[in-house]
Design a protein around this ligand. Structure first.
Ligand code: DAH
Length: 346
């Protein structure tokens, strides 16, 4: 029996050696390892052998099967390799073709604009500070001259946090603007301060082409001795030139924000038509870009800055709005609808 197995081994291996087509490997497998192969017959017949023989023949037959399986696996690999080599020779496989590039990610357009604006103010000596998205009512409203029941609260549609104090008050909210950071920063340091605050803000808002419930703002403010409206105008003029073009003009008009006095709304002359009037500026030649003003004396007093000694300016702008203006994007909802055709343009 042993001899028979040895004979089988040398026959199988010499046949395997001469194979070079994958299909021949299959018939070899059927012949030597298949259900009807001689080896399988020997293994099946083990039960009928006397114990001694069963042991030795069984061990040898199993060893042979393992050996043939391993030889087959090695042969399969080398056949595959020489197939590839032949394809290259025949010119069917062009290994000089460029590979498939992996898809690269990029920064979201709002993030790109946010960083760009921060860079502009950093170059003018401002410092970046961030604040909490969940804010106390006091910082978001009261400290900014917006007491409870004041109609100015209606300017901000508020998302209140479901947190009640012992006396039944609900004093926490998702900040409706980045202005509360004016108070937090001034409370924690002495003038001079020159700070910008980028961050998300939240409004209880029905979305449309120009309104989102969550968007980015950048707040900026500077407080020191002798700061005037001229400093505000000069700073924002420089910002507008850097973002929208060297030849921009700016226009200030009166506006109302409770935490500044006077308050202004700033516009630039339309960069699409240079002030002649077009669809971007609705024919007016001007585009409103942000709100600003001189920090209200009551706000300064609240953080223990003496308004007789210190003055300051503040401004707040919408980041997505700056992108929309600069790139002519007509719907703010595009920023957050995850359409790659939109996002890939930036
Ligand atoms: N916080 C205002 C808003 O969300 C924007 C703003 C206006 C900020 C005037 C200011 C400012 O600092 O002076 O609508």
């Amino acid at each position: 029996m042993k001899d028979k197995l040895d004979e089988l081994r040398s026959k199988a291996i010499s046949e395997l050696d001469s194979i070079d087509a994958p299909s021949d490997l299959d018939s070899w497998r059927v012949r030597y390892l298949g259900r009807k192969s001689a080896l399988t017959q020997v293994l099946r017949g083990l039960a009928t052998l006397p114990l001694e023989e069963k042991r030795s023949v069984g061990a040898a037959a199993n060893e042979l099967r393992a050996f043939l399986e391993k030889s087959l696996a090695l042969k399969e690999e080398s056949v595959r390799e020489s197939e590839v080599a032949r394809s290259i020779e025949r010119g069917r496989l062009d290994v000089t073709l460029p590979g498939r590039p992996p898809a690269l990610g990029r920064l979201h357009p709002a993030t790109q604009m946010l960083r760009h604006i921060c860079d502009i103010f950093l170059s003018m000596g401002f410092e970046v500070v961030e604040g909490p998205d969940v804010e106390w009512e006091y910082y978001n409203f009261d400290a900014l001259n917006i007491p409870p029941d004041h109609p100015a609260r209606d300017m901000w549609d508020t998302l209140w946090i479901d947190f009640e104090t012992e006396d039944g008050q609900r004093p926490m909210l998702l900040r409706t603007h980045t202005s509360p950071m004016q108070i937090r920063v001034m409370e924690s340091r002495l003038p001079p301060v020159r700070v910008i605050v980028p961050g998300k803000v939240y409004r209880y808002e029905a979305t449309d082409a120009t309104h989102e419930a969550i968007f980015y703002q950048i707040e900026g403010f500077a407080v020191d001795r002798n700061i005037t409206l001229a400093d505000l105008k000069g700073t924002l003029f420089e910002f507008a030139k850097q973002l929208f073009g060297e030849e921009r003009k700016v226009r200030f008009r009166c506006d109302y924000f409770p935490f500044v006095e006077p308050g202004v709304e700033m516009a630039i002359d339309c960069f699409a038509c240079n002030g002649a009037g077009c669809s971007l500026c609705s024919g007016s030649g001007w585009i409103e870009i942000l709100g600003a003003g001189m920090v209200h004396p009551d706000v300064l007093r609240r953080v223990n800055y003496d308004p007789e000694v210190y003055t300051g300016f503040a401004f707040g702008l919408g980041v997505e709005r700056m992108s929309m203006l600069k790139y002519g994007i007509e719907d703010i909802r595009l920023f957050y609808s995850n359409d790659l055709r939109f996002l890939r343009q930036f």
